[in-house]
Design a protein around this ligand. Structure first.
Ligand code: LRH
Ligand code: MN
Length: 425
């Protein structure tokens, strides 16, 4: 039985926030709707206005599975057009001011010129992603390959990516390695960790004063027996060994089913080792679906730990990136919807009454504490975010505004000929 005392105290202390209170048993339509920006503390609306969600350039290119890549009309043919499309997402959401690049997919002759092109469209070039998973030489691995010459080749690519960061002014080098084995005995698991540590240390040594490396882990795929950076613990241990400029990337699609990802987030934030998120969602494996589409409650729980751990405070420099593939849905609207899903989860997490929560937790009031959290999660924040967009001079409905802009038809007619961008696999 919920402790009415707690809920009542919670409602009293937040009456000015809510138009309607949530008491179990109230029908949904009577459930609470947060109707206007003016109802939330300035700190919350300014945090939401200042949110920074980085977009992946590769989300605008063609993508698919081993079965099929379905090309879409209007897909970019080069990094300039990818930046144009990313700028559309920022234009309508106001919170996606940078685009991550993937090398060599986004290799250009003049990165400074690409940077200028981006700036003219109101966005910046962000995280540089390395790619040591598509060269024929990397069949048995890249940085963990038994062959020192192949490891050298992989290291040279990673150092080239730092050169790109120097040219683009990017802070973060994101490292994900497909390296692993498919059969027990195929290689020495310890030796592979030694090889990995050696290359990571060489890259770390090359980083400039304001540059970081963020190491991404993944349970499996493309390797199916062992992956050399399979989980947060392995990434954390390597980053601890490397130093303060090395932090961990949490890709929300890279865990075993049932993993409590928000625990990992809380732990890494507490250790000041959470560098970045690769947001997406999945029903089964690394599905790279729109963040929040498969499990919006999980995304809320993750953002609840981010807010609680100070992860939205500028000082902590946690990068929030999307890492998704829009295999069958239109790509720019898919990115806009994804950004809106992150905004909604963030707004709900910011609305958690942390005073009431801490009190209930201290009281051992299990149901009371859970109720406070669910109260925020069950808050309809869409009117609030619409209001915030209007205060930012934006259309309250970014998807509808983009649809009415006619940009989709424009690129479908203009971008004819040339090779559409993709994963180049
Ligand atoms: C690996 C990954 C990594 C990127 C790639 C596009 O699965 O999540 O972050 O390099 O996707
Ligand atoms: Mn990723």
């Amino acid at each position: 039985m919920l402790s009415i005392r707690n809920v009542k105290k919670h409602i009293e202390s937040n009456r000015n926030l809510w138009q309607a209170a949530t008491i179990p048993g109230l029908k949904h339509e009577e459930s609470r709707t947060l109707t206007a920006v003016s109802h939330v503390p300035k700190a919350i609306s300014s945090t939401l206005k200042g949110q920074h969600i980085e977009l992946p350039s590769w989300a605008f290119g063609n993508s698919g599975t081993r079965f099929k890549v379905f090309p879409q009309a209007g897909v970019p043919r080069d990094p300039y057009e990818k930046v144009d499309d990313a700028a559309q997402v920022h234009q309508y959401t106001g919170v996606a001011p940078s685009v991550a690049l993937h090398i060599p997919w986004d290799r250009v002759d003049d990165y400074a010129d690409l940077g200028r092109h981006a700036a003219e469209r109101g966005v910046a070039l962000g995280t540089i992603n390395s790619n040591t998973f598509q060269d024929n030489d990397y069949m048995l691995g890249s940085v963990c390959n038994p062959d020192p010459a192949i490891r050298r080749k992989a290291l040279d690519h990673l150092l080239e990516c730092v050169d790109v960061m120097d040219a683009t002014g990017s802070r973060d080098l994101k490292l994900w390695f497909a390296d692993g084995t498919n059969y027990p005995g195929q290689d020495d698991l310890r030796a592979r960790q030694n090889r990995l540590a050696e290359v990571l240390a060489a890259v770390y040594g090359r980083l400039g004063p304001n540059q970081r490396m963020v190491l991404e882990y993944k349970l499996f795929e493309p390797a199916f027996y062992s992956t050399d950076v399979p989980d947060w613990g392995t990434a954390f241990a390597h980053c601890l060994q490397l130093g303060p400029k090395a932090k961990v990337v949490v890709d929300t699609g890279h865990h075993a089913p049932g993993t409590n990802i928000e625990f990992i987030v809380a732990f890494l934030l507490r250790a000041d080792k959470l560098g970045a998120f690769d947001f997406n969602s999945r029903f089964y494996a690394d599905d790279d679906l729109m963040v929040g589409s498969a499990d919006p409650f999980q995304l809320f729980r993750i953002m609840h730990e981010v807010v609680g751990g100070g992860g939205l405070e500028p000082g902590l420099e946690v990068a929030f990136m999307l890492d998704q593939c829009h295999n069958i849905e239109p790509k720019i609207p898919g990115q806009i919807r994804s950004v809106m899903n992150v905004q909604e989860a963030t707004a709900k997490a910011l609305l958690v009454d942390r005073t009431a929560l801490a009190a209930a937790q201290a009281d051992g009031d299990v149901l009371g504490a859970n109720a406070v959290l669910m109260d925020a999660y069950n808050t309809d924040v869409r009117p609030l975010l619409a209001g915030i967009r209007e205060e930012m001079g934006l259309d309250p409905d970014p998807l509808d505004a983009y649809r009415r802009s006619g940009y989709a038809d424009l690129i479908a007619t203009e971008r004819v000929g040339g090779a559409q961008a993709g994963w180049g696999a």
